[in-house]
Design a protein around this ligand. Structure first.
Ligand code: AHR
Length: 500
């Protein structure tokens, strides 16, 4: 059996977790909205046509912020199509995903849904086919108190009070050639800065997210960030990062090592933000919004066969297996380890489209990836302690020195808890983990929750929704101030310590 050691000191704190790190993302595509959030003819629908079974699961995930309406979708979106009387809303060709958008669910319905699931919107403006003026109008419609054309139109639509949306994304993945209206870094930097400037003239307290590269693998990665930040530094607050990983090669050790790529991505972007800060002699710090992250690969090939120009097709409906949940857990740990700079993050996406929640006409269920995310959101709140992980390592096809153990420890002072999140990536052996917790003398083990399945490819489906599900584990102990816990091979773990 392998052995690992965690070292913490309660005075060595990385940062306070901004709960928006547990955000998610809903794009107006596939069955995310239609048959996911909104299905008026479903037996599960409430008076607004919103699915109650889905809202229950979203509430269980406890996501404090949800990005909307895209994604690639936003770059061709005319937001005015999605407001006002439903029977007057136009059907449009939706070029980004090759579908038909009916606009039966739109901006105001999204806000109603956010209120019902106790989350906040992170709204994206279209900087693909549109620009400053439309972003300004959208902001006026959403946030202005009244007495102007757009704010009075909102009132006419039944929303007397402003929606007061605090966080706005300045477009989406504008460096990608798949993006409608993609741009060079200078073109985008200029447009994003002008848009940000005007939005902040209306409300200086908005939090604005500028597009970073759509992935670390983009040929312009780095150069893009530096140029865009140079243009926008004074008017924006966050830069975005997006990352998806897949196990196309069926090489699980390498697949599970991908959290190392995410780690490098984050530290590189922090370095770039701080380089521009230095160059500009600025006192301001730009933080990171990792507003698309997940596993995504199961449907990349099969989706190519989808018929085009249909409404709400089964698009990007990845069925996640158990090993996908392990990587999601490792990615969550990586984000938390950077909570001093990653203040917002969005698991992409939330319902039906590369999502932890799936629906059919007969109900909704949790995919495997639901669990590490919901556990972190429920238990990992407070301060992240600088967690030194001494673990045996392995080499994989793309990575060297991959620790078998990924772990982070969070101190929740409000609840008097210490919470350990850990993934054992060893596919062959269980692991014994120790941690000196003498600084927490009156703490005891409250719970050890684990997600484990003997089959790495096991999935949850409509007919077998609880095939991969968490279980309580016994055996962890504290002996003379040393915590000792056994992590099963290939498992996700939450160990909660609290006052006796
Ligand atoms: O989440 C799916 C897509 O991935 C988003 O629309 C886009 O931003 C990214 O490329």
């Amino acid at each position: 059996m392998k052995k690992s050691k965690l070292i913490i000191d309660k005075n060595f704190i990385i940062g306070e977790i901004d709960r928006r790190i547990y955000g998610s993302f809903v794009e107006q595509m596939g069955r995310a909205i239609y048959e996911g959030i909104y299905q008026p003819d479903s037996p599960f629908a409430d008076e607004l046509g919103l699915r109650k079974d889905v809202m229950k699961l979203v509430s269980e995930l406890n996501v404090p912020i949800v990005r909307y309406p895209g994604g690639n979708f936003v770059s061709g979106f005319k937001w005015e199509d999605s407001i006002g009387p439903r029977d007057e809303r136009p059907c449009r060709i939706e070029e980004a995903w090759g579908t038909i958008e009916t606009n039966q669910f739109g901006l105001n319905e999204f806000i109603e849904w956010c209120n019902k699931v106790n989350t906040k919107p992170m709204m994206a403006v279209n900087l693909g086919t549109r620009g400053v003026s439309d972003a300004k109008n959208l902001l006026e419609y959403c946030n202005f108190k009244g007495g102007t054309y757009w704010s009075d139109l909102r009132k006419k639509h039944g929303y007397e009070k402003p929606h007061d949306i605090r966080v706005w994304c300045l477009g989406n993945e504008m460096d990608g050639n798949w993006q409608i209206g993609s741009k060079t870094a200078d073109e985008y930097g200029h447009l994003a800065n002008e848009t940000a400037k005007v939005m902040k003239m209306i409300d200086p307290d908005l939090q604005l997210v500028v597009c970073g590269s759509s992935g670390r693998g983009m040929p312009t990665f780095g150069e893009w960030e530096m140029k865009v930040l140079d243009w926008c530094y004074d008017n924006i607050d966050f830069i975005s990062l997006h990352s998806y990983y897949g196990n196309q090669a069926d090489d699980t050790p390498n697949f599970l090592a991908n959290s190392m790529d995410m780690e490098t991505f984050i530290s590189s972007v922090i370095a770039m933000c701080d380089a521009i800060k230095g160059k500009k002699r600025s006192k301001k710090q730009i933080n990171l919004s990792f507003d698309e992250w997940n596993v995504w690969y199961h449907t990349l090939e099969s989706d190519k066969k989808l018929e085009k120009w249909t409404h709400a097709p089964h698009q990007l409906e990845d069925v996640y297996n158990f090993e996908d949940a392990l990587l999601v857990g490792s990615m969550m740990i990586t984000l938390l380890k950077h909570c001093d700079r990653v203040k917002m993050a969005c698991l992409a996406q939330l319902i039906n489209v590369i999502a932890p929640i799936m629906t059919s006409d007969t109900g909704a269920w949790r995919q495997t990836t639901f669990y590490p995310f919901s556990h972190a959101s429920a238990y990992a709140n407070g301060k992240v302690l600088n967690t030194l992980v001494y673990s045996p390592k392995y080499d994989s096809s793309d990575y060297t020195d991959v620790p078998f153990l990924d772990a982070v420890i969070i101190q929740n002072e409000e609840k008097d808890q210490l919470v350990i999140l850990a993934v054992n990536k060893d596919l062959e052996e269980d692991m014994e983990v120790t941690c000196d917790i003498r600084q927490f003398a009156d703490y005891t083990i409250k719970e050890h929750i684990a997600l484990y399945h003997s089959d790495l490819k096991a999935v949850n489906t409509e007919v077998n929704p609880n095939n991969v599900a968490p279980a309580l584990i016994s055996g962890a102990k504290i002996d003379e101030g040393i915590l000792q816990v056994l992590l099963q091979k290939h498992s996700w773990n939450v160990i909660i310590l609290g006052k006796i």
